[in-house]
Design a protein around this ligand. Structure first.
Ligand code: GAP
Length: 439
C-alpha cells in the first residue's frame, strides 16, 4: 500500500512523534513540536550525525554558536540583499505563491494555480526570508537583528577563533547543529518545509585548487551516511544544481534527494562555497581571515566545502522510508521498520499476564535494562495488541516474561521485522540487544 503524507502525519500524532505547534489555539502555520517518541528519534539522529561527523574524525571539531548574530554578518553573507524568493499574489483568491514554483504555461497567462483565473497574478516582488526582530528595549532600525536562516555563518565568523585555539591545520572541518528560521512563502508538506527547523552543517576548509576533489569526497560520504541510517538506496539520488538554481554563494552544488510521497525532493545540500564567505567577512569586518600554510609558506583565504542537512527533513525521510502496512494472515499491521540505532525505544518489556509473579519479574528486568537502553514497560491489554503498539512506534525488540521464565529464567525476544521469537536466558538479554542494535 502506498505511503501517503496523511498516513505519516496521522501516525506521528497518534503515537506521539510530532504535533502541530500551539494546537489548542488552532495551531501556528509551519511550526511543529516533537512529542515523547519524536524527541528520542530526533536526539538519536543528531547523535549519529555528531558521532559520524565529529567524534569519529580527527580533522573535524564542533561548535555551538548563538542564533542571534551581529546584523553585519547577514549583510556580508549576502542574505540581506539576496536571500529572497519572488512572490506573486492572486488578485482574485488572495493566495500567495512563489513565482518559480508556478507551471511556466500558467505563468505565461498570469493564471492563478489555485483558482484558475487568468491575468490575476501580480508582478513578482522579492520577499526576504529572514525573520527580523529587535535587540534591546527600543524598536528602531538600529536595533534590528535577524534569526539566523542557516547555521553556517556562525562557523565562518568563528573560523579564526577555532584555528587559533586548536592545533588544526588545513584541511579541517567545523561542524554545528542548531535551529534556523526562514519565513518561507510556501511552507508545507508537514515537516518538509517549516519556518523553524534544525540544521546539521559541516564546513570543510581547504586550500584553493583542492576543493573539487574534497567536494567529490564529501558527496560520497554524505550519501553513504543515509545508507548507514537504513534508508533504501533506490529512494536516494543526486541532483546537480543548474546555473539557474545555484545559491548566490555556490560554485557547484549537489542535492541528495529522497523520493517522498510528494516526489523527489532535496534532503541535504553539498556546496562548494569557494572563498565567497570568508572573503566577504574579511571585507566587512576588516579582520584578516587569511590562512598561513607553514609547509608551503603560502597565505590564502581557504575555500569551503559545505554539507548541509536538515534534521527535520531527515526525520521525515526516516519515517516515510520506514512506514509499512503489512498484510498478515488475518489482518494488517502498521509497522515502522526504523533502524535500531535511531528507534526511540530499543525494547519493550511485557509480562505475558498480570499475575503469578510475572509483572514483578518483568518490572525488575525493566529496571535493570533502563540504565543501559531506552526501554518501555507495558502491562495493558492482550500481548498481541502490545506488540502491535510497539510495531507502530518502531520498537525493534519486545521481551516477554511468561510462565516458563519463572521456572528457567529465560524470556522470549521478539524481532519487530520478522516477528520471530527466540528464547534467551535473562542474563543474555542485554548483550544480545546491544549486539543487534549496533549490528
Ligand atoms: N547553509 C546552506 C543551506 O542552508 P539550504 O539548501 O538552504 O542550504 C540546507 O538548506 C538543508 O536545510 C536542506 O537540504 C533542508 O534539509 C534543510 N532546510 C532548508 N530549509 C528548510 C525548511 N524551510 N524547513 C525544513 N528544512 C529546511
Amino acid at each position: 500500500m502506498a505511503t501517503t503524507m496523511d498516513k505519516i502525519v496521522s501516525l506521528c500524532k497518534r503515537r506521539g512523534f510530532i504535533f502541530q505547534s500551539s494546537e489548542i489555539y488552532g495551531g501556528i502555520n509551519a511550526c511543529y513540536d516533537y512529542g515523547p517518541l519524536g524527541v528520542e528519534l530526533k536526539r538519536n539522529v543528531k547523535e549519529f550525525w555528531w558521532k559520524s561527523m565529529v567524534h569519529e574524525r580527527e580533522d573535524i571539531v564542533g561548535l555551538d554558536a548563538a542564533i542571534l548574530m551581529h546584523p553585519r554578518v547577514w549583510e556580508a553573507s549576502g542574505h540581506v540583499a539576496g536571500f529572497t524568493d519572488p512572490m506573486v499574489d492572486c488578485r482574485v483568491c488572495k493566495q500567495r505563491f512563489r513565482e518559480d514554483e508556478i507551471d511556466p504555461k500558467k505563468l505565461e497567462k498570469r493564471q492563478c494555480p489555485h483558482c484558475g483565473n487568468t491575468d490575476s497574478l501580480t508582478e513578482a516582488r522579492q520577499f526576504n526570508l529572514m525573520f527580523k526582530t529587535h535587540m534591546g528595549p527600543v524598536e528602531e532600525e538600529a536595533s534590528v537583528v535577524y534569526l539566523r536562516p542557516e547555521t553556517a555563518q556562525g562557523i565562518y565568523v568563528n573560523y579564526k577563533n577555532v584555528l587559533d585555539s586548536s592545533r588544526l591545520k588545513i584541511p579541517f572541518g567545523i561542524a554545528q547543529m542548531g535551529k534556523a528560521f526562514r519565513n518561507e512563502i510556501t511552507p508545507g508538506n508537514f515537516i518538509f518545509r517549516t519556518r523553524e527547523f534544525e540544521q546539521m552543517e559541516m564546513q570543510y576548509f581547504v586550500k584553493p585548487g583542492e576543493d573539487e576533489a574534497v567536494f567529490n569526497h564529501w558527496k560520497d560520504e554524505r550519501m553513504a551516511w543515509y545508507l548507514l541510517l537504513g534508508i533504501r538506496k533506490e529512494k536516494l539520488r543526486f541532483h546537480q544544481h543548474g546555473e539557474d538554481e545555484l545559491a548566490h554563494y555556490a560554485k557547484t552544488a549537489f542535492d541528495i534527494q529522497y523520493e517522498f510521497p510528494i516526489g523527489w525532493k532535496e534532503l541535504e545540500g553539498i556546496h562548494n562555497r569557494t572563498d565567497f564567505d570568508l572573503s566577504k567577512h574579511q571585507e566587512y569586518s576588516g579582520k584578516d581571515l587569511t590562512y598561513f600554510d607553514d609547509a608551503t609558506r603560502e597565505r590564502f583565504i581557504p575555500y569551503i566545502v559545505e554539507t548541509s542537512a536538515g534534521v527535520d527533513r531527515t526525520m521525515l525521510t526516516i519515517l516515510v522510508d520506514a512506514y509499512d502496512e503489512e498484510k498478515l494472515e488475518k489482518d494488517t499491521r502498521t509497522v515502522l521498520h526504523l533502524h535500531p540505532k535511531v528507534a526511540p525505544i530499543k525494547a519493550a518489556v511485557f509480562p505475558l499476564v498480570n499475575r503469578d509473579g510475572m509483572p514483578e519479574y518483568a518490572r525488575r528486568m525493566y529496571d535493570d535494562l533502563r540504565g543501559h537502553l531506552k526501554v518501555f514497560y507495558d502491562t495493558s491489554g492482550a500481548v498481541g495488541r502490545r506488540y502491535r503498539r510497539q510495531d507502530e512506534a518502531g520498537t525493534p525488540f519486545c521481551i516477554t516474561i511468561d510462565s516458563q521464565t519463572l521456572q528457567d529464567d529465560t524470556v522470549t525476544l521478539r524481532d519487530r521485522d520478522t516477528m520471530e521469537q527466540d528464547r534467551v536466558p535473562v542474563k543474555g538479554v542485554l548483550p544480545e540487544l546491544t549486539k543487534r542494535i549496533s549490528g
